[in-house]
Design a protein around this ligand. Structure first.
Ligand code: SAM
Length: 270
């Protein structure tokens, strides 16, 4: 195995003090990083898109696992540290300097996505990766760090307080699970809240359902989550007739509808 300097030394040598504006909370524990890199499964020879590599802690773990990594990083200061990894793992790493919400990664063929990102960027990318009419997606899996509270919303079951649009989006044509909780003390500097890693794999898309229509239904239903469906879905043409036709009681609230029931309402309206 390639001998690499400890990550703390790398950030000191390159002056990579954590920038709050870029949501930088770094992971230094190499064993933990190896465990995270193992979540997508065997990566030997597989393409991986890593978003926000920073000083490259997770990147080295992915490279050690044998992945071909394309890493998109916005912070120019991190590039020399990432160039060192390129030297240590020749031919395995491609670094793109830019904003992951805007740049094209250019990976051809299926790839895994792995990221430890700031909350707002992570959620925006996540909803983009899971949205759209075209399915299955190009990606084979998502392994993403979120605040624990957001992770709980992604895997929430109907009837729970955490259940909402994010759960329906993540579960209607994917399998989403909470793969690992990560204590705040694992990060430098430690964030205020606990974190967790979510692992998502695509599943079959239910037939006859428009993703956009499902979005509209969940948006309306959870936009007024304390209201009964007959009130919250009133503005969506045909929705109340669809509930009637499907035998769904219009007095129920959005949070009591299962993902399958949301899908059936969207199908009736699609
Ligand atoms: N992966 C490293 C680790 O686990 O130690 C760094 C994680 S840090 C929480 C998030 C990283 O994402 C930072 O390096 C930050 O500069 C980068 N970042 C933030 N916004 C970004 C964006 N829009 N596009 C690409 N990278 C971004």
């Amino acid at each position: 195995m390639t001998d690499l300097p400890p990550l703390r030394e790398v950030i000191n040598r390159h002056g990579l003090f954590a920038s709050k504006a870029l949501g930088q909370n770094f992971l230094f524990d190499e064993q933990l990083l190896d465990r995270i890199a193992a979540i997508p499964g065997k990566l030997q020879g597989q393409q991986v898109l890593e978003v926000g590599p920073g000083p490259g802690g997770l990147t080295r773990a992915l490279l050690r696992a044998g992945a071909q990594v394309t890493a998109v990083e916005m912070d120019r200061r991190c590039l020399p540290a990432l160039a060192e990894l390129d030297e240590a793992f020749p031919g395995q790493l491609r670094v793109i300097h830019g904003d992951a919400t805007k740049v094209a990664h250019g990976i051809e063929g299926p790839f895994h996505i792995v990221a430890n990102l700031p909350y707002n960027v992570g959620t925006a990318l996540f909803t983009g990766w899971l949205g759209g009419e075209s399915w299955p997606p190009q990606w084979a899996s998502l392994t993403l760090m979120f605040q624990l509270e957001v992770a709980n919303r992604i895997v929430a079951e109907a009837g729970s307080d955490a259940y909402g649009r994010l759960a329906v989006l993540a579960q209607w044509r994917s399998e989403a699970r909470l793969a690992m909780k990560v204590h705040r003390s694992a990060f430098t500097p430690p964030p205020k809240v606990m974190s967790a890693i979510i692992h998502v794999t695509p599943a079959a898309m239910p037939e006859g359902v428009s993703a956009r229509m499902l979005e509209r239904v969940t948006e309306a239903a959870f936009g007024q989550r304390r209201k009964m469906l007959r009130q919250s879905l009133k503005g969506l043409p045909g929705a109340l007739a669809a509930l009637d036709q499907l035998g769904i009681d219009p007095q129920r609230r959005a949070e009591t509808l299962t993902v399958a029931e949301f899908v059936s309402v969207a199908r009736a309206l699609s």
